[in-house]
Write a protein that binds this ligand. Structure first.
Ligand code: PEP
Length: 257
């Protein structure tokens, strides 16, 4: 029996401007009950330009929704035009930051050394990284999903201490299931998530590995979330498309109902 609190995080990707973000978070806050917040941690991951507005709303009304960003710079400050530092995000009281999302890997050439540097920058400033890993379709077709994903975990966590790692969240997101409507079967998802936890126990120790929340991501909806959440090594979901629909996202939060 796990003592890990499930984390349902909504990755809005490049959707919702700051006014839409306020309306969206208000609607979500209105729908969620204290009972929901006791059972599940709920987070939103808006675009950078929304974060100040989301912070003001959540802080001002003492809402229990957590928030964070979708990326972070590996650098602390300086001549890095267009980048946002972990210190800036910490100043906005972000809790989370997704690092190494497949869309960053695919469209922005992010590789393991860069992701590793971003993870370290996030930890240094008290942000909790949601490390995104997962294989492309061709890798799964060859049956290499576990080795591929574990290599991403190893690379991302090189030189990260056990004390930091205990705070980490890992999101297993098979690339072929993201935004495609093709959800990974729950047993296939568990295979990789279980292997991730075993690797974390090797890299650190079992106690640390047992603290780390491992999410599944890839076409999660209210209709498939319960089966996924029933798996022993899956502790939440990273939700893209379905997080833009408040009713659907609330149903995902209430996966036990
Ligand atoms: C994601 O963006 O991390 C994701 C899982 O997207 P979707 O839920 O739309 O597949």
């Amino acid at each position: 029996t796990s003592t890990r609190t499930p984390l349902m995080a909504g990755n809005w990707k490049m959707n919702l401007n700051h006014l839409e973000a306020i309306a969206h978070v208000q609607k979500l806050a209105f729908a969620l009950t204290d009972k929901d917040h006791e059972a599940v941690e709920v987070a939103v991951l808006p675009p950078f330009t929304d974060l100040r507005s989301v912070q003001t709303l959540i802080d001002g009304d003492k809402l229990k929704i957590k928030y964070g960003s979708q990326d972070v710079s590996a650098h602390d400050s300086g001549a890095y035009t267009g980048e946002i530092s972990a210190a800036m995000l910490a100043k906005l009281k972000c809790t989370y930051v997704t690092i190494g999302h497949s869309e960053r890997r695919q469209y922005h050439g992010e590789d393991e050394p860069l992701i590793n540097a971003k993870i370290k920058a996030a930890f240094q400033h008290g942000l909790t990284p949601i490390l995104c890993v997962g294989e492309e379709l061709a890798v799964r077709e060859e049956g290499n999903q576990v080795a591929h994903t574990l290599a991403q975990v190893d690379g991302a966590l090189e030189g990260v201490s056990g004390a930091s790692a205990a705070e980490l969240v890992v999101a297993y997101e098979p690339v072929w299931a993201i935004g495609t409507g093709k959800v990974c079967g729950e047993e296939d998802a568990q295979e990789v998530c279980g292997a991730i936890r075993a690797r974390l126990a090797e890299l650190y120790d079992q106690e640390t590995a047992d603290k780390i929340r491992i999410q599944y991501g890839g076409s999660v909806k209210s209709g498939n979330v319960a089966k996924i959440m029933a798996q022993p090594d899956i502790d939440g979901a990273l939700v893209g498309g379905a997080s833009l629909d408040t009713d659907e996202f609330v149903k995902i939060v209430r996966f036990r109902d």
